[in-house]
Design a protein around this ligand. Structure first.
Ligand SMILES: [Zn+2]
Length: 228
């Protein structure tokens, strides 16, 4: 049995959740949904090993905890897959990690990465989620959404992966400020304009996605599956 009030975000790295659906998470929280996040990596593994990497991982974890508090996320779990190397692990191990999170939270709605992202971890997580969400009898997930992550989704070239053509939008006019406040916790991950992961670009994208649907700000998704 799914819990209609439970939502699960499956994100490769701490910050993908905020970038992809931070405004939606804050909105769902306000509406009474219990939002849980399962991160697959610590987000820093590929940058080196040793003390510096451990300190970076600690900082990233603290940033994630702060961002989760700001967004009203009920719980977060942290996987131990190597950052930017998820193509080197057995897909089945990733699937099992996602399945465990689904079994724990029984989410009616699950949000994760788009299949056509440039970042390999995003692509692996997308594939693992699809396998973990095979719509068999009794499976809790009824709605499956794929989000976009600036500096990964739009950096894939046409023909190299499926294009992000959104067909599901969430009006985040009332929560865009909360999204940007959560993003500020990850200031080490942000870059100066005109990088797509700059404060300006992320705001512009939210405004453009909003303009697409006649709202002040929005987040855009591809609907993977909805079971009514
Ligand atoms: Zn990422």
């Amino acid at each position: 049995m799914s819990s209609k009030q439970s939502v699960l975000i499956v994100a490769a790295h701490p910050d993908d959740d905020v970038l992809g659906c931070g405004g939606t998470i804050a909105k769902l929280g306000k509406q009474g949904f219990a939002v849980h996040v399962a991160f697959m990596t610590d987000g820093v593994g590929a940058r080196g090993r040793g003390k510096a990497a451990a300190a970076d991982a600690k900082k990233r974890r603290e940033a994630a905890q702060k961002a989760c508090r700001i967004l009203g996320i009920k719980s977060a779990s942290y996987g131990s897959f190597a950052d930017n190397r998820m193509d080197s692990v057995d897909l089945l191990d990733v699937v099992k990690t996602v399945e465990n999170a689904i079994a724990r939270y029984q989410p009616a709605m699950l949000l994760t990465h788009h299949a056509g992202d440039l970042n390999v971890d995003h692509r692996v997580v997308h594939e693992a989620v699809l396998t973990a969400c095979r719509p068999q009898k009794g499976h809790p997930v009824r709605t499956l959404l794929f989000f976009e992550v600036p500096s990964s989704t739009e950096w894939m070239t046409p023909g190299s992966g499926p294009a992000f053509a959104p067909n599901y939008f969430v009006d985040i006019s009332s929560t865009i400020e909360t999204k940007m406040a959560a993003l500020a916790a990850y200031k080490a991950e942000l870059r100066p304009w005109p990088h797509p992961r700059s404060h300006e670009a992320i705001t512009h994208l939210a405004k453009w996605r909003g303009a697409t649907i006649g709202a002040d700000a929005a987040e855009a998704f591809i609907l993977g599956r909805a079971i009514a």
